[in-house]
Design a protein around this ligand. Structure first.
Ligand code: TMP
Length: 208
């Protein structure tokens, strides 16, 4: 049987890393074979593209160049890592996927959603995550958390209005495909967030 594809999404400082560890513990406790990966990244080429995208530059990055780089990394990630794992029955847990493109490049940068849809169809065909955990937080609270970690990257350096648009972009994605999303209030204590994450996974497993 094909493996399941779980993605984790949210704006900056939402606690993705901590909650990905929590999901890994849940998967291990169920004896499920899985790999964890991230976007942009996950492969040698993808991680190089990640560096290009997140690093600061002396001249602005063109929005279309940014979009195409994101999808270049994704094409490599799918063919080298995600699809081979899923086809072997291995579950894939991924820190961000195409919902982030609709949110950041679509709503954040203002690029056409139809164009993103076309690229998504070209690159990932019919593949969609089976479950997407959306960690939701007021971007202002999230960015304050990011500041505790050191220098902000190129995305983290955007103004607050950008992240408000990204959050709205995620909401549009949830409205488009509500069945695969579970929205978790990430402003709660980590203990409560982890409990909600486990509950979402238990419900998902019961449906599988
Ligand atoms: P993060 O994985 O550490 O959150 O950083 C990745 C950054 O890349 C984050 O700011 C969101 C951004 N990003 C996009 O703009 N579009 C995408 O499609 C993906 C996957 C990430």
């Amino acid at each position: 049987m094909r493996g399941k594809f779980i993605t984790v999404e949210g704006t900056e400082g939402v606690g993705k890393s901590t909650n990905i560890s929590c999901i890994e513990q849940w998967l291990s406790s169920k004896g499920i074979e899985f790999i964890t990966s991230r976007e942009p990244g996950g492969t040698e080429l993808g991680e190089e593209i990640r560096g290009l995208l997140l690093g600061h530059r002396s001249t602005p990055v063109d929005d279309m160049a940014e979009l195409l780089l994101v999808f270049s990394a994704r094409a490599q990630h799918l063919s080298e890592k995600i699809l081979p794992a899923l086809n072997k029955g291995i579950w894939v847990l991924c820190d961000r996927f195409t919902d982030a493109t609709f949110a950041y490049q679509g709503s954040g940068r203002g690029l056409d959603t139809g164009l993103i849809n076309t690229l998504a169809e070209m690159v990932q065909k019919q593949l969609q995550p089976d479950l997407t955990l959306m960690l939701d937080i007021d971007p202002e609270i999230g960015l304050a958390r990011v500041d505790g970690r050191g220098e902000r990257d190129r995305f983290e350096s955007q103004e607050i209005a950008f992240f408000e648009r990204v959050r709205q972009g995620y909401r549009k994605q949830i409205a488009r495909q509500p069945a695969r999303f579970r929205v978790i209030d990430a402003s709660q204590t980590q203990k409560q967030v982890a409990q909600d994450v486990r509950m979402a996974l238990d419900e998902f497993a019961a449906r599988c």
